[in-house]
Design a protein around this ligand. Structure first.
Ligand SMILES: [Ca+2]
Ligand SMILES: [Ca+2]
Ligand SMILES: [Ca+2]
Ligand SMILES: [Ca+2]
Length: 464
């Protein structure tokens, strides 16, 4: 698998700040300038040139494991005394940085394996580097940080993969973000031990969930893209166009707090139950069981299933932004402002007067949701009735809910529109939001999903 195609590479950041210029290279330039004013000449091989002002000779995306010039590309290494980990680096002066990376790899390993209960990276039998150890490359100029994989372990029936990590401590994901980046990549190293070809969004959804638990903090960037696209399936693969898959970690935060007592370890079970025999690499439909099957199993004794959780999650997702309260997410210590900034995009926002609101372009995908905010105004009838109309389609059904709850013990209600229009009451602020979610009528397989949208209209009237 080529690095460039690796699904687990951090994408180019659409909204993160540009990489910081290293102070030391700026200093060396100033030193050079100073010399040139005082004396003649200042060349690249000036002995005062910063030894770290270089890029690794291998371009980003080049193969590293198994190359004949491996030892020239990474002549130095340090070995963990506590874990089967070997960190490779290019220049002697990078030793301190390599030690820092090693410390974060060990922390990440302990966090994912010992605290969350995930499987450790499987041994690579020397397929990368000199021996069994998990290899980590400190690669200046690689920019993206990633885990990629080699072969699988034939002695286990599931499709596990041997992984290795590339990290650029000087790149856009390094510096103050280095620890979080390395711990994030260690999530992928553990995922590879169970299922490297699970549904595409699961990798970042799951890794960013663990990042937030690790940091005890909501992360803003990811939620913004997730909340901007509620019409997309919650498990949509947007091919890394946005941070949506990362932001879908909000769904796992919901599961943690709603079903698993606020404890994150259920994630380990989800991955364990997602294991399947080889084949999904070339045919995604062979991903059986998948994460949805795993969650179905885990939620069965709680009277729920993956699909059944979606309407309630759609409600929780509304209790973000301006609607954050203390009755939904168990808040992390930090970053609550980021949850408050995660404002949900509305499909429509208007006064509740007799009319038809058609949702077409941004109609929900399967497991997607439209939010329609209605307000009571001068043209609003005494009694407001709502109904839903949609082209007949045996594949789907719509669930219509209204938020916020109107009593202290309610966070909203489902409107049963099967027998016709229902009354819609308004909250104290004279507003109410309808939540319309598209669900499958039959079984659901995330590996068969498409991009189809399901248009509908909300009909508002003054009589039943
Ligand atoms: Ca190795
Ligand atoms: Ca295997
Ligand atoms: Ca499947
Ligand atoms: Ca699977």
């Amino acid at each position: 698998m080529s690095l460039a195609l690796s699904p687990l590479a951090s994408p180019q950041p659409p909204s993160r700040p540009a990489p910081r210029k290293r102070a030391s290279s700026l200093l060396s330039w100033l030193t050079c300038l100073g010399l040139s004013l005082a004396a003649a000449g200042c060349s690249d091989d000036d002995e005062k040139v910063d030894p770290l002002d270089y890029k690794h000779p291998l371009a980003e995306g080049e193969t590293i494991c198994g190359r004949s010039d491996f030892n020239e590309m990474f002549p130095y290494s340090i070995r963990s005394t506590t874990h089967p980990v070997l960190v490779h680096y290019y220049k002697e002066v990078e030793k301190e940085t390599a030690q820092e990376v090693l410390a974060y790899v060990e922390k990440g390993w302990d966090y994912h394996v010992n605290q969350l209960g995930m499987r450790p990276a499987i041994t690579d039998k020397g397929e990368c580097g000199p021996d069994d150890a998990f290899d980590v490359f400190v690669w200046k100029g690689h920019r993206s940080c990633l885990v990629d994989v080699l072969s699988g372990d034939d002695s286990t029936p599931w499709d596990d993969r041997r992984g290795y990590m590339i990290v650029d401590p000087w790149g856009p994901y390094g510096g103050p973000e280095l620890e979080e980046t390395v711990v994030h990549e260690m999530a992928h190293a553990s995922q590879a031990a169970d299922d490297w070809y699970e549904a595409p969004h699961t990798f970042e959804m799951s890794a960013v969930f663990t990042d937030q638990v690790y940091a005890n903090r909501y992360i803003k960037t990811y939620f913004d893209d997730f909340q901007a696209n509620p019409d997309w399936a919650i498990d949509r693969d947007d091919k890394y166009d946005t941070w949506y898959m990362y932001g879908s970690s909000m769904y796992l935060l919901f599961l943690k707090d709603r079903f698993f007592g606020g404890q994150p370890q259920f994630l380990s079970q989800m991955w364990l139950l997602s294991r399947n025999p080889p084949g999904a690499e070339n045919d995604q439909t062979l991903n059986e069981p998948d994460f949805a099957d795993a969650l179905d199993t885990m939620l069965a004794d709680k009277g729920s299933s993956y699909v059944q959780t979606v309407p309630e999650f759609s409600r929780w997702r509304w209790y973000t932004g301006d609607h954050v309260d203390d009755r939904h997410f168990h808040h992390f210590k930090d970053g609550l402002d980021n949850l408050k900034a995660a404002k949900l995009a509305l499909a429509a926002q208007q006064e509740a007067k007799p009319s038809t609101i058609s949702i077409t372009e941004k109609a929900p995908m399967m497991l997607g949701t439209s939010y329609i905010e209605l307000s009571s105004g001068s043209s609003t009838p005494q009694n407001v009735y709502v109904n839903l109309e949609a082209p007949p389609n045996l594949k789907i059904r719509f669930v219509v809910q209204a938020v916020p709850g109107l009593t202290p013990d309610s966070d909203g209600e489902t409107l049963d529109l099967s027998s016709g229009p229902q009354v819609l009451k308004f909250a104290a602020d004279q507003k109410r939001t309808l939540i319309v979610t598209a669900l499958p009528t039959g079984s659901y397989d995330p590996d068969l999903r498409d991009e189809a949208r399901y248009p509908f209209s909300i009909v508002i009237s003054d009589h039943p």
